[in-house]
Design a protein. Structure first.
Length: 251
């Protein structure tokens, strides 16, 4: 079967759900990549070839390839061609999402291991983060998230018991802290601080990385109206994750 026949078959699969043609084409190409028919660094057919073989307009082809490039699936080199990118998983930089949903949306399996789930007293720094008094009660969880059995995020989270009094009673191997907190106290505001950091020896062990690999760290706080709900430190292996964000100038 030629690559055009495979792509046509993948587009037919993607068309089972109502979607614009460019989105069906995008999903068809993503399916080819995920199933290994198109390999990393492989040159993909030109826009002219795709127009000729698929009977799709150049505008549709161009939009699909352009968006796939922005999303990290393809790499377009001016004057050379378009190639399948070395895919890294990405986490949205300007949005807040459930990591389990991110992983499952990539067609992969999410699991987690809970390392710690307890109450503790607020220090000066954590009390300030929550707007509480020093010594006030906080809940803490620490866990590793896995994508197809590979660790991709170390999550260290503090939670406000006034907002989530039953937090410590939850089974976070069946649901994530994000999913639970979003259900009981939907976020109305949030903040991110993103840094490149070196992991500690323990964090390297938990994330299965060596001493030379840098990590992406997100410090995140979220609010439900006036109350700070949670403050979390999210650590990602740098070689397995990238940040992605899109914004538009308001006219």
């Amino acid at each position: 079967m030629s690559e055009y026949q495979r792509l046509s078959a993948m587009i037919r699969l993607a068309s089972d759900e109502p979607a614009p043609l460019y989105q069906q084409l995008k999903q068809g190409i993503i399916n080819l990549i995920r199933r290994g028919h198109w390999q990393p660094n492989q040159r993909v057919p030109s826009e002219s070839d795709l127009v000729s073989e698929l009977g799709v307009s150049r505008m549709t082809i161009n939009r699909a390839l352009r968006e796939l490039t922005t999303e990290g699936y393809l790499l377009r080199l001016q004057g050379v061609g378009t190639f399948v990118a070395e895919i890294k998983a990405f986490t949205p930089m300007l949005e807040v999402h459930n990591i389990a949903d991110e992983i499952e949306n990539r067609g992969h399996r999410h699991t987690s291991e809970v390392l710690l789930l307890r109450s503790e007293q607020a220090t000066a720094a954590t009390a300030q983060a929550f707007g509480l008094e020093i010594g006030a009660l906080l809940f803490r969880s620490r866990m590793v998230h896995f994508e197809n059995a590979l660790p991709v995020q170390l999550e260290d989270r503090l939670v406000n018991p006034q907002v989530a009094p039953l937090y410590l009673a939850q089974d976070f191997t069946r649901s994530t802290p994000f999913a639970y907190l979003t259900q009981i106290a939907p976020l109305t505001a949030g903040e991110h601080v993103v840094e490149a950091v070196n992991a500690s020896a323990e964090e390297q062990r938990l994330l299965h990385i060596d001493t030379t690999e840098p990590c992406l760290q997100i410090q995140r706080r979220t609010w439900h109206h006036q109350a700070v709900v949670t403050s979390a430190r999210l650590l990602y292996p740098g070689a397995r994750y990238k940040m992605f964000g899109r914004f538009q100038q308001q006219s």
